[in-house]
Design a protein around this ligand. Structure first.
Ligand code: SF4
Length: 339
């Protein structure tokens, strides 16, 4: 059943009992469609060095208060080995956007090494390293990565422009180009948006849901906007909505997306835990089916601050859910499309 845009907006406006009903419905649809199983992805934050300068991001190029780091290949492999030994099934290798040949080759060789760690049951590998050329995406795909996360942040071109510098490097069309390239190469494609941006309306968020459906994405990682020290977003765009609003709206977005796209993977984003200790647990209760325990070694974890109050610990209550131990937990939607 296709949910029309007006209905999406109506659901996003739900409060009180209607909101709780929405959450319960979304969780039931998740259980019936992709199953009542939570998949783990060990998150490895490879580097906080980035060529970009997104106004909201704590590791933006011009934030001089951040100590920059890059994990050594051995540190990455040790974290991946830990994930495999604990039967997480998959890892996510994530970092700032760098487009040098040195960086591209390094990621390529890391993917090859991670894939060969457990020959009988190789780890699934998701990458998230921003906009790259199609040729680069292809190299990493051939090395063994099979999922890629590239958030659109906002499907509204107006909002996208307001939260990025106008310097030719942060172009909305370029983000769309990269998302389409990922699809052509053969990845399971993930995107996502920030919820609770200054100037963002309910209509914008409804459009985000429609955008993700029209793009036929396979997975989604989205969360509330959380302020980050040393970033100019609030100064330039004005204050965001209250934290409670952002948290509730992020949960509603997850629930509505689950109803609009029942067979995709939806992550319970870490940013949710920055606004509430129960944030990620609540996301699972309203339709999410993926969590990403952070396996970054301490020296990186502390410097990889995309936003403030970043919580990295995995809530042990999440582990009370049925976990897909040792499984890749691929997108059901992707599987159906590529039968
Ligand atoms: S959001 Fe991504 S691309 Fe933008 S500055 Fe942060 S790490 Fe770099």
């Amino acid at each position: 059943m296709i949910i029309d845009r007006r209905e999406i907006e109506r659901m996003l406006a739900a409060e009180g009992e209607a909101m709780q009903e929405l959450f319960a419905r979304a969780a039931a649809v998740r259980d019936e469609t992709v199953g009542p199983v939570l998949y783990l992805r060990g998150l490895i934050e490879y580097s906080n060095i980035c060529r970009k300068n997104c106004l909201y991001c704590g590791i933006r190029r011009e934030n001089r208060s951040v100590a920059r780091y890059r994990l050594t290949p051995d540190e990455v492999i040790a974290a991946a080995r830990y994930a495999g030994e604990r039967r997480f099934g998959s890892v996510v290798l994530q970092g700032g956007e760098i487009t040098t040949e040195d960086h591209i080759a390094c990621i390529e060789s890391l993917v090859v090494r991670i894939k060969s760690l457990f020959p009988a049951s190789p780890l699934g590998v998701t990458l998230s390293f921003g906009e790259q050329t199609e040729a680069t995406y292809r190299r990493w795909f051939r090395a063994g990565a099979h999922r890629y996360l590239l958030r659109i942040e906002s499907s509204s071109e107006r909002l996208y422009r307001s939260i990025h510098p106008d310097d030719g490097l942060h172009r909305y069309e370029e983000r769309l180009r990269a998302l389409r390239a990922l699809r052509r190469v053969g990845y399971q494609v993930g995107t996502g948006v920030m919820i609770g941006l200054p100037g963002q309306t309910l209509a914008d968020l409804a459009d985000d849901i429609v955008f993700m459906r029209d793009m036929d994405i396979d997975m989604c990682g989205m969360g509330p906007y959380v302020e980050a020290e040393g970033t100019p977003l609030v100064e330039r765009c004005g204050p965001p909505p209250e934290r409670d609003y952002r948290l509730a709206m992020a949960l509603k977005m997850i629930a509505v997306l689950r109803l609009a796209m029942p067979d995709i993977n939806i992550a319970a984003a870490t940013a949710l835990s920055s606004l509430s200790p129960d944030g990620r647990l609540d996301a699972v209760r309203c339709g999410a089916n993926v969590v990403m325990p952070n396996l970054t070694p301490r020296r990186g974890k502390e410097a990889y601050r995309l936003y403030d109050d970043k919580s990295s610990a995995i809530d042990s209550r999440l582990l009370c859910e049925r976990i897909g131990w040792g499984e890749w937990g691929d997108s059901l939607r992707f599987g159906k499309k590529n039968k």
